[in-house]
Design a protein around this ligand. Sequence first.
Ligand code: MN
Length: 696
Amino acid sequence: MLRQYELVERVKEYDPSADEALLNRAYVYTVQKHGTQKRASGDPYFSHPVEVAGLMTDLQLDQETIITALLHDTVEDTLATIEDVETNFGEEVARLVDGVTKLSKIEAMPENERAAENLRKFLLAMSEDIRVLLVKLGDRLHNMRTLHFIKSPEKRQRIARETMDIYAPLAERVGMYEYMREMQLLAMEQLEPEAYKTITGRLEQIRRQDGGQVDAIALAIKQALAEARLKVEVTGREKHPYSIWKKMAERHLPFEQVTDIMAFRVITESEADCYAALGVLHRVWQFIPGRFKDYLSTPKTNGYRSLHTSLIYENSMRVEVQIRTREMHQTNEFGLAAHWAYKQGDRPDGQVGWLRDLIEIVDASHDAEELLEHTRLAIYQDRIFAFTPKGALHQLPKGSTPVDFAFAVHTDLGAQTVGAKINGRHMPLRTPLGNGDVVEIIKGKTAEPQLSWLGFVVTGKARAAIRRAVRLKERAEVAEIGKKLFDEIALRVPAKIGKKAIRDAVKRLELEDEEELMYAIGAAKIEDREVMEALVPGCTAEMEQPEEWGRQESAISIRGLTAGVGFQLAECCHPVPGDRIVGLRKPGEGVEVHAIDCLELASGIDADWLDLSWGQRSTGAIGRLRATLYDRPGALAEMAGVFGQNMANIRSLEQAETEHPFAVYEVDLEVQDLAHLTRILSALRASDAVAQAERI
Ligand code: MN
């Protein structure tokens, strides 16, 4: 562990103006606050913040960052408060410590890659100051270095997984490749212990066999470049076990087939020398086409700059070579942190997404002031990140409210929202959410989206869902009115209207369902008369008929008979006015009037056939029909009710047969005419009690 004076000396080395007394106070403060707390290693707890501070001195960060590193766990893990930190170390340090403390509280385990990406963005957005993130990354790196002291394998796995998924990519994002590689390696040791052992073992073996192969190649490169009068530094190393393993996994290769496991770095004195060196190497050794990358003229988005090429050494060995200046190297390995070495003056307020502009900064400017302008993390300023009470993270546009949040979690949750708690406190639904807010949606079973929400929601998803719900609600209200109107219409048709009649009516009107029928009625898209016709086809014709039929006498006249000849309506076919009829003359009995399709006519083939028709205004006859009822109580009464509603008297009623679940009746009915009888049949068919009805 670094001693107090060592730490202070390290800072003074690169920043002679650092406040020695303040650094000492911070060191003593963390030692006192953590007191007798212990690490899993058995070391005193304060060794951890001191080591993290040491890591920050490697990056040559300013004294506020060093102090923040020293204090980073005091507010979280000791009795110290943020106010206390501010009193002792000032507003800036307090803000930084607060930032690191907030990041540490985030323990959501991402379930998939998208969630992990969200969490990374969130961490970036939360670290309003790059220094917060740097301390957090240093904190994580030190925890990974001491991970093996933790006894619980589950805990080790969890931390390693989190490091692999969240922190290593974050380190990469801000260009801290050194941190990224070490984190990956330490995490791999936990997560893929077999692969880790095998690969490190094989690398060890190669090192012993080839003894100094790396050094020999490095020397050869250096000599070739020296001959071209280029002053360079060359370092070589075996590739990182994690990147070898990744390559094996991605390309399904055994270890032996992973080539270029050696990588060399050429550090030049100027940018022009980078290209010159590249030219020399490509002349001396064969290079592999397609492997050459120029990140010098086109840097990576995180500011990484270098030339990459792969050479074939001694006709067989593929070696990777990276060429860059010393300054680029610093930036590449430690990202923006490298620039903090040159920090001077006060930080301006300007907030610009530094990642976006990093390329420009590194490329065009070495002005400290301008650089500082870009150091506040503002990349995700148009987004906010909020949590469910269970810790699931949701990314939303800035200005989003609890209603947006609820719809982002689930459409149903949005629809049931009645209230919200933000960080445990009841807040209005229109409250804009802040980064890191924990949002608890209060649900009501009968709740429904409100039109007024459209005034403040910002996400398209919420907007669309609210509009849709409001539309549906309006529709339901119209259908409700339609239902009332329908009940009145149903009373006007000569049948008892139940589910079946409605179902058939829906079908006849070619509508989707009962709801649509009610909506159509409510919205006056359909006339009463149409509904009635759909329920009981033909029933509206009756409206034009006198309703007093029941009291009228039957009045039948037949045309086509010789005057004075008597006639009777045949009892086999029960013709009614409107049927086509013929007469059979039977000696001594007068004329029998049959319906033209009567089967009895066949037996009277020898008799005299008379072509007859009904006299005008003929009305009143007995019609016979067969009705198949569902065999249940009340079915018969319902059928009788239909006859009553239609002003038809029953002359006789016989149960023909019963075959569960049906009861079949034959009914003789006194009706006006064929139209009347047809209406009755159609009313019967509309009845829930009736399975079938036909004339016989
Ligand atoms: Mn810590």
